[in-house]
Write a protein that binds this ligand. Structure first.
Ligand code: PLP
Length: 358
């Protein structure tokens, strides 16, 4: 089976085999990771090591905290404004598609929320133009979604927002490419695409902005409380963090984030060039300058043939090829764990299909 699911998504075989191998006996403890205490030395080590690995791989400056929270990125949509849309200030959001739209809707429940730039008029086929954005120094924060999983668009560059903190939902492209963390005050990502299983959300936050959080925020929703307790404020998602730990080691063993980016670029390029060279049989849905390296969205010139493509893809073991119900058509998600060879199997199938139906 070739797994092109959008999330939860494929994990590397090596990682799965290690989970299987250690499941009944974690590093000679005689206990399973599923039954150890989060207060044990073993889990303390996993927690600390996982934070450290992420810091190394993403080159996170020393004045940042790494947190492992629960509730998915959807909880972050609410937690971000609860903590930072305070003091009578306004938040500013970039609207690039479904996921940023959900973040905006949650922020509006908490406080005044403006849309700085939107690509809605372009049907979200490209990301908003960051260079056109006017930055008001009184803004509480600016929020963007680095990769829109459904539309298949991704920012190729970011801007420096100066004194105004820049926040990003990187759920579907974290660790797929190097980023300058110091440009962001807060980054969050559900793990279930590039980082591991569902159940844990990684938050990278600049320590300085934690001072802004009002004491009235419930503890469980308060970033400062989680940071002060080194992400052990309450029972963490132990199994999920353990798998993130293995995923980070896998990335390190595969040459780190720069090497992963090159691999991802080759994978995405292979599929996009198959689409572009098809003479209109396949059509990319996103504008070329905003194309995502993670989620390739495309259509086939004829709706009936597209339906047939989906059926044949399924029969041939290609899983997760159907587009999201909001966008329709086709989508293949090629996160870090998907190999070049799997992408090649897909493009071979696409070429063969076109020969028969083109
Ligand atoms: N943000 C992005 C970019 C996503 O792709 C998703 C889920 O696919 C979410 C947020 C929501 O994540 P969760 O289901 O973990 O709440």
């Amino acid at each position: 089976v070739y797994n092109f699911n959008a999330g939860p998504a494929a994990l590397p075989l090596d990682v799965m085999l290690q989970i299987q191998d250690e499941l009944l006996d974690l590093q000679g403890t005689g206990l399973s990771i599923l039954e150890i205490s989060h207060r044990s030395k073993e889990y303390e080590n996993i927690n600390g090591e996982t934070q450290q690995l992420l810091k190394e791989l993403l080159n996170i400056p020393s004045d940042y905290e790494v947190l492992f929270l629960q509730g998915g990125a959807s909880t972050q949509f609410a937690m971000v404004p609860m903590n930072f849309l305070t003091g009578g200030r306004k938040a500013s959001y970039l609207h690039s598609g479904t996921w940023s739209g959900k973040a905006i809707a949650e922020a509006r429940k908490i406080g005044e929320t403006a849309i700085a730039e939107s690509s809605e008029a372009d049907h979200f086929k490209k990301v908003p133009n960051l260079n056109r954005m006017k930055i008001d120094p009184e803004t509480a924060y600016i929020h963007l979604t680095s990769n829109e999983t459904i539309a298949g668009t991704q920012y190729q560059n970011f801007i420096n927002t100066g004194e105004v903190p820049l926040f990003a939902d990187m759920s579907s492209d974290i660790l797929s490419r190097p980023i300058d963390v110091s440009n962001f005050a807060l980054i969050y990502a559900g793990a279930q695409k590039n980082l591991g299983p569902s159940g844990v959300t990684v938050v990278i936050v600049k320590r300085k902005i934690l001072e802004r959080i009002p004491a009235s925020i419930p503890d469980i929703m308060n970033y400062r409380i989680h940071a002060n307790k080194r992400s052990l404020f309450h029972t963490p998602p132990v199994f999920a963090v353990y798998i993130v730990n293995l995923m980070l080691k896998w990335i390190r063993n595969n040459g780190g984030v720069k090497a992963i980016e090159q691999r991802n670029y080759r994978k995405a390029n292979l599929i996009y060039s198959t689409i572009d060279k098809s003479g209109g049989f396949y059509n990319g849905l996103a504008h070329p300058e905003s194309r995502s390296m993670m989620n390739v969205t495309f259509s086939i010139f004829n709706e009936g043939i597209e339906k047939h493509f989906l059926q044949e893809a399924e029969q041939n073991g290609f899983v997760g090829v159907k587009g999201h119900r909001d966008a329709g058509h086709l989508r293949v998600s090629i996160y870090n764990a998907v190999t070049y060879e799997q992408c090649q199997a897909l493009t071979d199938f696409m070429l063969d299909f076109q020969k028969r139906f083109g």
